[in-house]
Design a binder for this molecule. Structure first.
Ligand SMILES: [Zn+2]
Length: 138
């Protein structure tokens, strides 16, 4: 059984692997909605350098986040990924999601969903969090 604490520390280590500048850049773009041109101005980078920094940092965060989400959900994954998780080989599992078409697609889906909720749902909390429409059942 995989412990959430292990996953949390994996994600933290991925974020910790970013330099302060990279972490700041990705935070500005991801959470604050700045453009990479604005990030470049704020951090004293060229626009191209800012794009590279943001791209690299996001790729890293995305991988860690995707792994965490997939491991929590534990569905629709290939056997290889399940085996790696069960045996606690988190870094191998993380690398696997990069190479495996099935798992990398699942990561994309998970991260896209997370990105959407993290940017859309900050100001208000919806008490009825659930499927938005139920068709009449007969
Ligand atoms: Zn896989």
């Amino acid at each position: 059984m995989l412990e959430l604490g292990e996953l949390a520390s994996l994600v933290r280590s991925c974020v910790a692997g970013l330099s302060v500048r990279d972490a700041t850049a990705v935070e500005m773009v991801t959470y604050l909605g700045f453009s990479s041109a604005e990030v470049a101005a704020a951090l004293g980078l060229t626009p191209n350098a800012a794009k590279v920094v943001v791209h690299r940092a996001r790729a890293r965060l995305r991988q860690a986040l995707g792994l965490q989400l997939l491991a929590q959900r534990r569905t629709a994954l290939c056997d290889a990924f399940a085996t790696l998780l069960e045996s606690g080989k988190l870094l191998d599992a993380s690398r696997h999601t990069d190479r495996c078409p099935t798992c990398s697609a699942a990561v994309e889906v998970e991260v896209a969903a997370f990105d959407h909720t993290s940017t859309a749902g900050q100001s208000e909390q919806d008490p009825a969090a659930g499927p938005t429409s139920f068709g009449p059942t007969r």
